[in-house]
Design a binder for this molecule. Structure first.
Ligand SMILES: CC(C)(COP(=O)(O)OP(=O)(O)OC[C@H]1O[C@@H](n2cnc3c(N)ncnc32)[C@H](O)[C@@H]1OP(=O)(O)O)[C@@H](O)C(=O)NCCC(=O)NCCS
Length: 172
């Protein structure tokens, strides 16, 4: 069945919550205890949080038939003075059953071709330090590491680091 990539609509919120939580759980659930996982889902991927993010971020969905199977989310980085000439690719997730078939690459290409990303001088993202498959994937798109950022648990402990990657848009 053909997979379509399209912008999100307001009525996709319920399906997005399911997809975002399911893909996060599949990617990182085995590395966390259930309390830490629940806290992350509630803090970052709850219905209200995703609804709020939909107001300012771009979400592109991969849809097969009536089912969402992947998504990419991007938007402006935290406001700085002067404003940074960059966009942040905040999330890129594909359901495990649909991985390794080129869908992640299609979502990334769609994001990089988006006018908001094209208009920015660079794209940045964070990738979990143990996620070598995603690091390989991003390197293929020209992302290079520029730093790292600690991930804090609910208790404020450092659970690991996100590698900060950057891609200059000049190479398009
Ligand atoms: C990272 C992620 C988004 C990549 O999506 P994907 O759909 O698997 O990506 P692709 O299929 O385009 O490319 C991945 C692999 O498939 C290969 N591939 C690409 N097109 C292919 C195709 N048509 N057929 C078979 N294999 C293909 C790539 O060479 C790559 O191989 P690798 O193992 O050597 O890296 C996905 O694996 C994912 O959701 N992971 C969990 C969440 C995550 O880590 N997100 C990013 C961190 S924030």
């Amino acid at each position: 069945m053909e997979t379509q990539i399209r912008p999100i609509r307001a009525e996709d919120l319920t399906a997005l919550v399911v997809l975002a939580q399911q893909t996060y759980r599949a990617a990182y659930g085995h590395e966390m205890d259930s309390a830490a996982l629940s806290w992350h889902l509630e803090t970052y991927l709850s219905r209200s949080r995703l609804h709020e993010m939909m107001q300012h971020d771009v979400f592109l969905l991969a849809e097969q038939g009536a089912q969402l199977i992947g998504y990419v989310q991007f938007g402006a980085t935290q406001p700085t003075d002067p404003p940074a000439d960059e966009v942040e690719i905040r999330r890129l997730y594909v359901l495990p059953v649909a991985q390794n078939q080129g869908l992640g690459s299609r979502l990334m290409k769609a994001a990089l071709a988006h006018p908001q990303v094209q208009a920015a001088g660079r794209a940045v993202l964070g990738v979990w330090h143990t996620n070598t498959a995603a690091q390989r994937f991003y390197a293929r798109f020209g992302f290079v590491q520029i730093g790292e950022q600690p991930y804090l648990t609910q208790a404020g402990d450092i659970a690991g680091v996100d590698l900060l990657l950057c891609r200059r848009q000049i190479q398009d």
